[in-house]
Design a binder for this molecule. Sequence first.
Ligand code: BGC
Length: 514
Amino acid sequence: MAGGAFVDQGPVREYNYRLTPKVFVTCFVGAFGGLIFGYDLGISGGVTSMKPFLKEFFPHVYHKMENAHENEYCRFDSELLTLFTSSLYLAALVSSFFASTVTRVFGRKWSMFLGGLIFLLGSAFNGFAKNVAMLLIGRILLGFGIGFANQSVPVYLSEMAPPNLRGAFNIGFQVAIIFGIVVATIINYFTAQIKGGYGWRISLGLACVPAIMIMVGALILPDTPNSLIERGHTEKAREMLRQIRGTEHVEEEFQDLIYASEVAKQVKHPWKNIMLPRYRPQLIITFFIPFFQQLTGINVITFYAPVLFQTLGFGNKAALFSAMVTGIIELLCTFVSVFTVDRYGRRVLFLQGGIQMLITQIAIGALIGVKFGVTGTGNIGKTDANLIVALICIYVAGFAWSWGPLGWLVPSEISPLEIRSAAQAINVAVNMFFTFLVAQLFLTMLCHLKFGLFFFFAVFVLIMTIFMYFLLPETKNMPIEEMNRVWKAHWFWGRFIPDEAVSVGSAEMQEKTV
Ligand code: BGC
């Protein structure tokens, strides 16, 4: 196999397009899929810190929380409680594999619809929960729904978007996730104050709203041209491409899609194929991005910010409020990514965000260590507590414009059509598995590693930043069905990509490259 640098790949093609209202509205609605994920990420942390909820379902945690002051780091440590949060992610992991088939065979929109429907059922189970079993069944249903949505939405957005704006459009998914988180934390803030102790039911039950939004949204969404071609509706696909690109002159892009689909059709078993050496680069990056995204430690903040802030001595209300503030900062900072990702590229954001997170994590760990001590019986003054919240905000900002959105964007755009659905299922599954692990182990880790927990994640952030520096090719502005070019040109990955895989649609262009 020749190294990438020596193959004449021909010029990257410039497709014709206008930014049409149709593609804009379509992607806006498509991004709703992120809401159900975000709502859930944001709601469980607050609910698990509400006393009436703990008293009803996890009385032993409630008593421990009320009485035990000998070691603050351990006051919320309970595996059953973490199982409430994390069971959802295991369910999402399993369902992403079913979703990959639904997405491929029935199209992206029906995968989203199904996701919304199952999620709706889950919200009903949770809102009306009478016992822990109902709570867990509800969580599992929510997880199934999220698996479907996360598998289909990023791919949907990446396929619909014009190549030069793919990053910005795809990040709509992350914006929706964070919006869901923020809304959830605001709702928690208010429901926690409801007298009568049923506030948590409202928090959990309101998950039905994003579920209905994604279901209705999915019904009106058109399918992507790529998916229409994949399912044999060639003429519909051409028409759809014209509509979303706002021009009659879509022949070049259309031919590329047809060609990508022909190649994809020869691949009968995406799961077997993705293991072939020629897909090694995509497979490795698809695995490591979600793995690293979770090992930034972000979900320690997402799930347990209220618990963490309480551990540091904040009152319940102040803790929920601080969680809300970090969420709003994350939302605002995600827009930095929207506006820079297609201009400056993915790599620079990954590297800058990584360095920012690294520095703040070390600072947070050191500060908590010095002030709170190893036993966790020290006292953190108001100024230091505020400083910690500020540092957490800077850390969250770094994540918000790097690993957050790009953790979904990059895996959705780097694989050729023939393995795209399978690769996205791997991305979701790995992401969910490590979300599960962090959610499940965090309280125990906090109890044992104490402030060292922040150093633990810092080591991973260092490793991932070096990894990205050497191994991530820049994908900005490259048409999705021509992505093999960036792999072929990469100093390391180029050797895995066969020369003929650097394909372009038209015969004339193919002659050039073969
Ligand atoms: C991650 C989640 C995280 C969320 C908000 C997403 O990109 O996948 O695990 O909770 O961002 O920070």
